[in-house]
Design a protein around this ligand. Structure first.
Ligand code: ZN
Length: 132
């Protein structure tokens, strides 16, 4: 351990806690990548069937898949960001107010970027993203 002084925000987790979050983030990342892959496969399969099947709800399903893929891509981005924050030692700090995000919230959503207070404020303002 170093005795060098540096500005460390109040949001500091123990190495063991950080490792737990890191493992969860990696697992979540894997899960999303798997579902993205199957969505891509579905789209590819439908593309091949296109000429032999009458399409009814296909467009709708197609757009659902695309939105799932968009949501998943956004989640992957947030997960990568969270993993980077773990490396930087800024994990679990609210982007808006700089306070520590509640551990209960992080356990529920390990890639949360805002504390529940700021998240609620953003939702009230209509500036909320799907995740965060
Ligand atoms: Zn906040």
């Amino acid at each position: 351990m170093t005795s060098r002084k540096k500005v460390v925000p109040t949001a500091v987790f123990s190495p063991a806690e950080l490792e737990q979050f890191r493992q969860r983030l990696l697992a979540e990342r894997q899960r999303i990548e798997d579902s993205l892959k199957s969505s891509r496969d579905n789209l590819a399969n439908r593309g091949q069937r296109e000429n032999i099947e009458e399409t009814g709800s296909e467009d709708f399903i197609h757009s659902v898949d695309l939105s799932v893929m968009a949501t998943s891509s956004e989640s992957l981005r947030l997960i990568d960001e969270a993993l980077e924050n773990i490396r930087l030692g800024t994990y679990g700090i609210c982007r808006d107010c700089g306070k520590r995000i509640g551990i209960e919230r992080l356990e529920f959503r390990p890639y949360a970027r805002y504390c529940i207070t700021c998240k609620s404020a953003r939702e009230a303002n209509g500036t909320s993203h799907l995740h965060g």
